[in-house]
Design a protein around this ligand. Structure first.
Ligand SMILES: [Zn+2]
Length: 380
């Protein structure tokens, strides 16, 4: 067959040295295999496997326990494996290269002083990853002409227009394959500031959420906007003060807010702007009605400084916002020991062996609009 091509080329006067060389050059091919959480663009997701031939661009969900294998195969011109060939593998940050995302000390500095040592320990343990860690099966190709690079997920996904990514390069002689490995929770959407429609934001860095959660909060905002008989001075809108980075993943100084299923929301009071438990303007009954509505939407965790019905954890440091999650056990992805607690007294949670999408994709109920959705009257 190759002889025929050569003859054909010669007949056409195409027998350039380059073409002749190509015929004798080995082929360097790759296959990418991923076993983990796969998100679709509309925010749905499932645990499954993907195989991609000669992939150049792949996405890993920022959950520990995902497996990715990049297999490189070297064959000669006859299609036979080339055995014992040295393959050089390198990897480096390609996007989101700022030290505050990629260097341990710079990342730790973005957290409160009290937890910096713990963050550095987690990075050192390889549980909290600023780059995609990898291992190479062998420095040279095996009997099948292959080497395998196992690549693990990382958590520096970021808030830029492009997600955090590492560029892997495999070189053998003059041949190379490259692979861009991205960190992303795909499908998250930005929260629009629309106070006239009942929902706005304040002080956000990461302003993204899962689309189902945003839709539910927008419905809740519209219902609040339309609510009659609000006390004088109380705003017509709800205010989100914490969400998720554009691509999910680590969201300093938060430990949570990584997957688009968790919000911080302001309590209600008889003035606009910030409101804290203890302020004269804080309205306990209105805030209770907000908690009731959030539970109707499916909130699994509500942390707040006031012991309202439905609050799952009372914490003195949550005076000016309610931390509300719609995920199962919305804790951390880099647990080491069950006895480890973070600075808020929450268990660090090991997600490695969890294959339940509800831990990563929020479950949100449709809002039931009824007359007592917001009960603003004190109950005796
Ligand atoms: Zn929060």
């Amino acid at each position: 067959m190759k002889a025929q091509i050569a003859l054909f080329s010669a007949a056409l006067g195409l027998c350039s040295p380059t073409f002749a060389h190509t015929l004798n050059t080995p082929t360097f091919a790759s296959q990418f295999y991923y076993d983990g959480l796969i998100m679709t663009l509309d925010g749905k997701g499932y645990f499954g496997q993907q195989w991609i031939e000669n992939a150049t661009d792949v996405t890993l969900f920022p959950k520990n326990g995902n497996t990715a294998l990049w297999t490189l195969t070297l064959t000669n011109a006859l299609g036979q494996p080339v055995v014992g060939a040295p393959v050089e593998i390198s990897a480096a940050p390609l996007t989101l290269t700022a030290p505050q995302w990629r260097e341990p000390n710079d990342m730790a500095a973005r957290f409160s002083r009290s937890v910096r040592t713990k963050i550095l320990t987690r990075i050192e343990q390889g549980l909290f990853r600023l780059k995609a860690p990898f291992e190479v099966s062998s420095p040279v190709t095996d009997a099948r002409g292959q080497i395998t690079v196992s690549i693990r997920n990382f958590h520096s996904c970021g808030n830029d227009s492009l997600p955090g990514s590492d560029r892997f390069i495999a070189r053998v002689g003059s041949l190379q394959q490259t692979l861009k490995v991205k960190c992303a929770v795909t499908g998250l959407v930005p929260i629009p500031d629309a106070p006239a429609q009942g929902l706005t934001t304040a002080g956000l860095v990461g302003r993204h959420l899962h689309p189902n959660l945003l839709a539910a909060l927008q419905n809740l905002g519209r219902a609040w906007h339309a609510q009659p008989d609000k006390p004088a001075g109380m705003p017509d809108h709800l205010t989100i003060t914490g969400a998720t980075m554009r691509w999910g993943g680590i969201n300093p100084p938060h430990f949570t807010h990584k997957f688009g299923g968790t919000i911080d929301i302001r309590p209600l009071g008889t003035q606009s702007g910030p409101i804290s438990v203890g302020d004269a303007a804080y309205d306990r009954q209105a805030t209770q009605s907000l908690v009731d509505a959030l539970i109707q939407l499916g909130a699994t965790q509500i942390i707040f400084a006031d012991n309202l019905t439905g609050v799952t954890q009372v914490k003195a440091n949550h005076k000016n916002h309610l931390h509300v999650s719609f995920l199962s056990e919305p804790l951390e992805p880099w647990d080491h020991h069950d006895s480890d607690l973070d600075d808020e007294g929450l268990h660090w949670h090991n997600y490695d062996g969890i294959y339940d999408t509800r831990y990563f994709i929020p479950t949100v109920n449709q809002l039931k609009l009824n007359a007592d959705l917001f009960n603003l009257k004190q109950q005796k």
